[in-house]
Design a protein around this ligand. Structure first.
Ligand code: PEP
Ligand code: MN
Length: 352
């Protein structure tokens, strides 16, 4: 259920409602919008459910609205205007600007990540991606550089004024990653790792939550709910393709999920056409489609030498292909009321 307060409800009235919700054995999650405050009531106490109804008559309360979805805080009704998530360095996801994260699948060396960072920053990317802990299908393939990779990633991002996004695979890694990473990525294979989601609910940093290989949209939103119910409301969703009977592409990028999620949830949704297709020559077309469908951003794999990449080389763009794609979405975005950040001034140097 959500409690819609009147636009002119006082702090005292809001505090009273929160106190009553807690007395009834529920959690109160407060969303202060420009027009009104909305309080999400979550929990599974049945004992005092009837008493909650009485809040309808409390001072400052306009309405109590039942939420029929199993996800509550992730539901659009909790923040009708949509969430805009500040990820640092003046970058916000969910606003007018379509935000692009780019970089290699995995951090491999200082040269590789520095070169990539320069190129993607110049082309207009705002975030630098790169895995240090890699969830590989085979235990015999490259598993990432670990903490050393995070250090290299942080340095390359800072040098080029980029925000860092990197994958966390286990609750035990959370603490150590906080000092290097601005946005914690939860990979598709971990979307339903509930221990990890709960651990991320306790941090203050934004989480990029990728859709599981065979997860429904509702399951994705329930995973977001795990993080949010812990008090961390900074969740960015990512459509990265699902497994279908089609084998030509690595996954099937579910473009329709973008407008569906926009309707069901206030959370920003970005698209990953790299994992969504698995094929370099199909990435740009799907990236363009995702922007046209209303995605708040993109995450794209870019490698200075994809043929020699230690992971996901076949789907990684060459830097010049990435720059070309940025030009294309710069043209598409205004058609759907959005814009793409400018090409950076060359103050950060030119690629080696
Ligand atoms: C990645 O971003 O490199 C990755 C492993 O993605 P996913 O979890 O979507 O497969
Ligand atoms: Mn990858």
């Amino acid at each position: 259920m959500i409690v819609n307060m009147f636009g002119d409800a006082t702090d005292e009235q809001i505090d009273h409602v929160i106190a009553r919700i807690k007395e009834c054995g529920f959690q109160a999650h407060v969303s202060r919008g420009e027009e009104r405050t909305v309080i999400g009531v979550v929990g599974n106490s049945n004992q005092h459910r009837g008493e909650l109804e009485a809040l309808r008559a409390a001072p400052g309360v306009e309405d109590l609205i039942p939420i029929s979805h199993p996800f509550k805080l992730a539901a659009r009704g909790w923040r009708p205007a949509g969430s805009v998530i500040d990820v640092g360095k003046g970058v916000a996801i969910g606003g007018t600007e379509v935000i692009v994260a780019a970089g290699p699948c995995a951090v491999e060396s200082a040269t590789q990540i520095n070169n990539t960072a320069k190129c993607v920053a110049r082309a207009g990317a705002r975030l630098l991606r790169g895995g240090a802990f890699k969830p590989r299908t085979s235990p015999y393939t490259f598993q990432g550089l670990g903490e050393e990779g995070l250090k290299l990633l942080r340095a390359a991002a800072d040098e080029n004024n980029l925000v860092v996004v990197s994958e966390v695979m286990d609750p035990s890694q959370v603490e150590a990653m906080l000092s290097y990473v601005d946005v914690m990525q939860v990979g598709a294979r971990n979307m339903q790792n509930y221990h990890l989601l709960r651990a991320l609910g306790e941090i203050g940093k934004p989480v990029l939550l990728k859709r599981g290989l065979s997860a429904t949209i509702e399951e994705l939103l329930l995973s977001a709910e795990y993080i949010m119910s812990g008090g961390n409301y900074k969740v960015i969703l990512c459509e990265r393709g699902i497994r279908t009977f089609e084998t030509y592409t690595r996954n099937t990028l579910d473009i329709a999920a973008i407008p569906v999620i926009k309707q069901l949830s206030h959370l920003p949704i970005i698209a990953d056409p790299s994992h969504g297709t698995g094929r370099r020559d199909k990435v740009a077309a799907m990236a363009r489609a995702a922007v046209a469908a209303g995605a708040d951003g993109l995450i794209i794999e870019v490698h200075p030498d994809p043929e020699r990449a230690l992971s996901d080389g076949a789907q990684s763009l060459y830097p010049e292909q990435f720059a070309q794609l940025m030009e294309e979405i710069r043209i598409i975005a205004p058609a759907v009321g959005r814009r793409v950040g400018d090409v950076r001034a060359l103050e950060f140097g030119s690629p080696a």
